[in-house]
Design a protein around this ligand. Structure first.
Ligand code: PGA
Length: 240
């Protein structure tokens, strides 16, 4: 695991965007695994800036998002579909046909999960997977558990995740279920980039880096990935 501690969030976003730029420059039809939440927002802003400056093109890039809430309309302001449109896709030259996000309103969640995994496999697996981390060490929506998860599946969100994300659901009830790539799916990515900022993440980062590899801190599995990079600000790294 490579750990880089970066002073401010703007520089951290630039460092993350550098890794995206390198991936897309080397492989214009790269498969990107994308994340939602607060952590990637500045990185997406920097990618949009580089696209507008003509430094990168997303014309042939293919994307797979980590997760999506279940039973939330796709165009709800809190859906991850909407998040991705607003924070990235509407502002770059990506082909909408190359964008993949789990269908949280599928009639059959197991079939949707299996179809999602099949699409990732058929594309040749993710070249660069972006991750945030939950305060409980979750990656995607893989909550602490007794075993590591494998492929995409439907999960009941933990109390701590519901507490953390309820802040966005000001006028509606936050869904309790989501579809998420499993830890096994995430680990198949050729390169993984995890971003964490702020002291609320310090304990999860400590457990990820210094703790045992355990499904009770799902991100700790990254210790066993051959090419995982952690970009941290000083607050998130304060316990290392
Ligand atoms: P955040 O969420 O980026 O909004 O802090 C990260 C996560 O829960 O994975």
């Amino acid at each position: 695991m490579q750990i880089r501690i970066i002073k401010n969030e703007t520089e951290l976003a630039c460092a993350a965007a550098d890794i995206f730029e390198e991936t897309i420059t080397n492989k214009p039809n790269a498969i990107l695994g994308l994340a939602t939440g607060a952590s990637p927002v500045l990185t997406y802003k920097e990618l949009i800036r580089r696209y507008e400056a003509g430094l990168i093109s997303f014309k042939d890039v293919i994307t797979f998002n980590l997760d999506e809430y279940c039973d939330l309309p796709r165009d709800d302001k809190n859906s991850y579909f909407t998040f991705m449109q607003e924070n990235l896709f509407k502002k770059i030259n990506i082909n909408p046909e190359n964008v993949h996000i789990e269908d949280g309103n599928a009639e059959n969640f197991d079939a949707e999960a299996k179809a999602y995994d099949d699409k990732i496999a058929a594309a040749g697996y993710v070249d660069l997977q972006l991750l945030g981390i939950g305060t409980n060490g979750h990656i995607g929506f893989n909550e602490p558990a007794d075993t590591f998860t494998e492929g995409t599946f439907r999960i009941r969100l933990s109390e701590s995740t519901i507490r953390a994300n309820s802040r966005y659901f000001t006028d509606s009830k936050m869904p309790e279920y989501a579809l998420t790539m499993g830890v096994g799916s995430i680990m198949k990515a050729k390169k993984i980039l995890l971003i964490a900022t702020g002291e609320a993440k310090a304990e999860a980062i400590y457990n990820t880096v210094k703790g045992p590899v355990t499904p009770h801190c799902p991100a700790s599995i990254l210790q066993t990935h051959p090419d995982a990079v952690l970009l941290l600000d000083e607050a998130a790294a304060e316990r290392l």
